[in-house]
Design a protein around this ligand. Structure first.
Ligand code: ATP
Ligand code: MG
Length: 258
């Protein structure tokens, strides 16, 4: 379980304070696939990065499986971060390492032997259906394949959750499908919790079983999408539920206009 307790983040830039995330309390259950939506600048990425302390919180606490992440020193934090894999919009693969070496990288840093790291990496590549590309370099792969390598790398240390910041925003709709299928299998088959920031209603509909709506640094609404009929108060959430009720409607552009 990921428990945010009054967690907040204020940036100081050019002599003024920017409240990126106001004090926020939110629980994300183990095995859940949780979405974070909201307009640009609402604070979604900052909130996601507070979970693994890529951003230092200004206040509040973050508990992951009962461990207070905010109270840890550097060594314990590095250890705890293995519970929290991260997937970025821009893949962040190492260009001069093969696909296999990209996936073994975090395992080697964690002190695993080459043999153990290789075995685990191949297992993860198999999981994202890319074991046959192990010896290729990232430049030889399509965008969707690169993202699946990044997902394999993220699950290699056996995290309990994956934090995904717009994982499909750089991809075309068809490639997006393959990446979402991969994430769904990781959630359903491996029980890994997903927290996904997205601008796409399609991604939410396909991937998430609950969603939080952010606006100006505040979580203004949280909806369980498995509840039928779910009730929405914010415009964004209302549109999400309407689109879910009418799956043939064109959804992909909706959030871009918010
Ligand atoms: N390092 C930083 N320094 C100063 N301000 C920042 C920093 N990072 C984010 N912000 C500000 O915090 C607010 C929230 O930013 P954040 O990136 O979390 O939004 P977002 O919801 O992810 O937006 P987008 O959908 O465009 O990615 C914005 O006003 C942004 O300008
Ligand atoms: Mg963002």
């Amino acid at each position: 379980m990921i428990a945010l307790q009054d967690v907040s983040k204020t940036f100081r830039a050019s002599g003024r304070d920017i409240v990126a995330v106001a004090p926020t309390t939110l629980d994300i259950g183990n095995g859940q696939s949780f979405g974070l939506i909201g307009s640009s600048g609402a604070g979604k990425s900052t909130l996601l990065r507070l979970i693994n302390r890529l951003e230092e919180p200004t206040g509040g606490r973050v508990l992951v499986d009962g461990v207070d992440i905010t109270a840890l020193g550097p060594k314990d934090l590095r250890h705890a971060r293995r519970l929290l894999g991260m997937v970025f919009q821009s893949f962040n693969l190492l260009a001069n390492r093969t696909v296999l070496e990209n996936v073994t990288f975090p395992l080697e840093i964690a002190g695993q032997s080459r043999t153990a790291a290789r075995r685990r990496a191949l297992e993860c590549l198999d999981h994202v259906h890319l074991a046959d590309r192990a010896d290729d370099y990232p430049a030889q792969l399509s965008g969707g394949q690169k993202q699946r390598v990044a997902i394999a790398r993220a699950i290699a240390p056996k995290p309990s959750a994956l934090l995904c910041d717009e994982p499909t925003s750089a991809l075309d709709p068809q490639t997006t499908e393959s990446v979402l299928d991969t994430l769904l299998r990781i959630n359903r088959d491996l029980g890994v919790t997903l927290v996904t920031v997205t601008h796409s209603m399609d991604v939410v509909r396909k991937l998430c079983d609950a969603v939080a709506v952010m606006e100006n640094g505040h979580v203004i609404e949280r909806i369980d999408l498995r509840d039928r009929p779910a009730v929405a108060t914010s415009n964004l959430a209302r549109r999400l539920l309407e689109s879910a009720a009418a799956p043939a409607a064109p959804l992909f552009r909706e959030l871009a206009h918010v």
